[in-house]
Design a protein. Structure first.
Length: 180
């Protein structure tokens, strides 16, 4: 669950919130941060993980907030934790202030978790870039007639072919024109 609440309408301080989350809400894992980059809208984000599903209304009652400030997080929990720090692609595009993991209060080693998440994401981007370069090289080999279409298709996934279909078809048409 993700909670986004204006501090103006939030009745608990950090110590009280920590006690409520641990003793009353009984979240398996929680992490929260105060976003204070906008003086007019200081707010708190709280991520809650539970062993079993919980109703938004029951959590709202326990925290003394309106249910509309709570949403079931539909993305990965890794993305939720990145969101706390504005370290998502979307937040970066919007030039949102990047927060330090040291600003997060959690019942687990948040800093270690976010470092692991960012390492995995970085490695995934590196792998995607490497594969993209490999695909481009395969298409170039096809263009130079070093490999035929069958060899190209054997080395591409369906999605890679779909992303490059127009280019591949254009190369085929160009090959046919050169034959004539």
């Amino acid at each position: 669950m993700m909670i986004n609440q204006s501090l103006e309408h939030f009745n608990l301080d950090v110590i009280e919130l920590t006690e409520v989350l641990e003793k009353i809400v009984k979240a398996k894992r929680y992490a929260f941060i105060i976003h204070d980059d906008n003086e007019e809208f200081k707010h708190i984000h709280i991520i809650l993980e539970f062993e079993n599903a919980r109703h938004i209304t029951s959590i709202a009652k326990l925290l003394d907030i309106e249910p509309q400030y709570i949403e079931v997080w539909k993305g990965s929990i890794k993305n939720a934790y990145s969101y706390l720090l504005h370290r998502t692609d979307e937040a970066r595009k919007e030039n949102k202030k990047q927060y330090s993991p040291k600003n997060v209060v959690a019942n687990f080693d948040f800093e270690m978790s976010i470092n692991e998440i960012e390492t995995i994401l970085s490695n995934n981007k590196d792998l995607k870039n490497k594969r993209k370069n490999e695909v481009n090289k395969l298409i170039e080999l096809f263009d130079l007639k070093i490999i035929d279409k069958q060899a190209l298709l054997e080395n591409l996934s369906g999605i890679e072919y779909a992303h490059n279909e127009k280019t591949i078809i254009s190369i085929e048409k160009m090959h046919l024109k050169k034959i004539k």
